[in-house]
Design a protein around this ligand. Structure first.
Ligand SMILES: [Mg+2]
Length: 441
């Protein structure tokens, strides 16, 4: 009796407050939801085959060690040109980056296959250790999950590897998986990656070239060329003068209407960088890249305060939004350069781009070819992209990833146009690669 009376009082109150009609509407919406649930199960049959069935991590074993990078014995300028490195301070490792094991890890190639047998491919540079992390650790978060859950899958891989990850190997392994997920998602949806991340803000991407001989880049239609710096602090005054002389010679060959940049590959210190920049002022260098060790954020601030004559860029050895935030909040760079295959993949690169946009900083990914092009096409603050020219003299246009894929987009007259193919639009060159799966679990 008391309950009935309470119910009447409650009903009178709701009516007086004008809420009874609202309750009816809410009830009707609840019924609608129930009806939709009956008509459309939470897992639509059309999506049942979109889940991940297999994850496979490969390395490449071949006589040429051709993992998309020149083998140490090949006559490619990255092997034959003197390039300053963090190890150049040690005489025994001064002349050859191969001598201290720069490429010792090699590629990892990830295939993710869904329940329909569709396969997405992603790559990174973490070799056997990366393959182990992917097969023995990350796979548990991927199997039987929807491919479209890229955010959740990324976050689970990141959080679960935090005690040994954060930067380097683990993030490289996440990158390979993430790129494979986006490839497979595009194949499932029959859309190019750029279309899934907002569409193209530019249909042609202007490219600059990386080569020790900028005159070739100019002839090929690129708008600028980035040269490797040959000498660092260990080479003293003589090396400093040589660095300036190389830039002067390049300027004399390409004229004033072509941009020149220097990639210092983490090999300098603060005083050297400041002096180099001042001596290069007459040459008009567009930017100095990666002058310092990536952890020396405060050093870069000191360089920024002292140098106004050129841009400062860095980031190919930086990882995740957190690493890039360290650079952005110090206002010490004009361009950040995440590598799509290292920084955390596309999922993280989008976050880095959004952070950089808020700081009015450009994002121009380090090499990473097709992965960069789709990303750049869809970002307003990514006005151009990088293309590395191979060959002994940096004069040979061939795929950035060499023989890894059959159909990597190539620049024409210094510009890239992306095809309308699903995913990244590239086919792994399986028959020419000696793929080995070291941890088939
Ligand atoms: Mg670089």
């Amino acid at each position: 009796m008391a309950n009935k009376s309470q119910a009447l009082h409650r009903r009178r109150f709701l009516k007086s407050a004008g809420l009874i009609a609202g309750l009816a509407v809410a009830s009707s919406h609840a019924n609608d939801r129930r009806n939709r649930a009956v008509a459309s199960p939470s897992e639509p049959s059309s999506r049942k085959k979109d889940k991940i069935r297999h994850v496979r991590a490969y390395i490449i074993e071949s006589p040429r060690s051709d993992d998309g990078l020149p083998s140490p014995k090949e006559d490619v300028w990255t092997n034959t040109t003197l390039i300053s490195s963090p190890m150049s301070i040690y005489p025994e490792y001064h002349d050859d980056r191969g001598s201290w094991g720069k490429n010792v890890l090699g590629r990892v190639i990830v295939e993710i296959e869904d329940d329909s047998g569709r396969v997405g491919v992603g790559i990174s540079s973490c070799g056997v250790p990366g393959a182990y992390i992917i097969e023995h650790h990350f796979k548990r978060f991927l199997l039987n999950q929807y491919v479209h859950d890229v955010e959740k899958l990324w976050d689970q891989m990141y959080r679960s590897s935090i005690h040994y990850g954060r930067k380097g190997l683990a993030i490289m392994a996440i990158s390979a998986v993430d790129l494979a997920l986006w490839d497979l998602l595009g194949i499932q949806r029959q859309e190019p990656v750029y279309a899934m991340i907002g569409g193209q803000v530019r249909t042609e991407i202007p490219m600059y070239a990386t080569t020790p001989n900028p005159e070739y880049a100019k002839r090929m239609g690129f708008w600028g060329a980035k040269m490797p710096l040959s000498h660092g602090p260990a080479d003293g005054r003589e090396g400093l003068l040589k660095n300036v002389a190389i830039a002067e010679e390049a300027r004399s060959k390409v004229g004033d209407d072509f941009e020149l940049m220097y990639d210092c590959w983490m090999s300098l210190d603060v005083p050297y960088t400041i002096e180099l920049a001042k001596m290069l002022e007459p040459v008009r260098i567009k930017w100095l890249e990666e002058c310092l060790l990536p952890d020396d954020y405060d050093g870069l601030v000191d360089v920024r305060k002292a140098i106004k004559s050129c841009w400062l860029t860095t980031g190919e050895h930086e990882y995740t939004r957190y690493g890039f935030l360290e650079l952005l909040k110090r206002h010490c760079v004009d361009v950040v350069q995440p590598d799509m295959t290292w920084c955390g993949g596309l999922t993280e690169a989008i976050k880095i781009a959004n952070l950089a946009r808020a700081y009015n900083v450009h994002v121009v990914p380090h090499v990473s070819a097709t992965y960069s092009y789709h990303f750049c096409a869809a970002q307003t603050n990514c006005p151009f992209s990088e293309f590395i020219i191979w060959g002994e003299r940096g004069n040979k246009i061939e795929p950035v990833f060499r023989n890894l894929f059959r159909d990597e987009p190539m620049p024409e007259n210094g510009r890239i146009k992306l095809p309308d193919k699903p995913g990244w639009g590239m086919t792994l060159n399986r028959n020419e690669l000696n793929l080995q799966r070291p941890f088939p679990v």
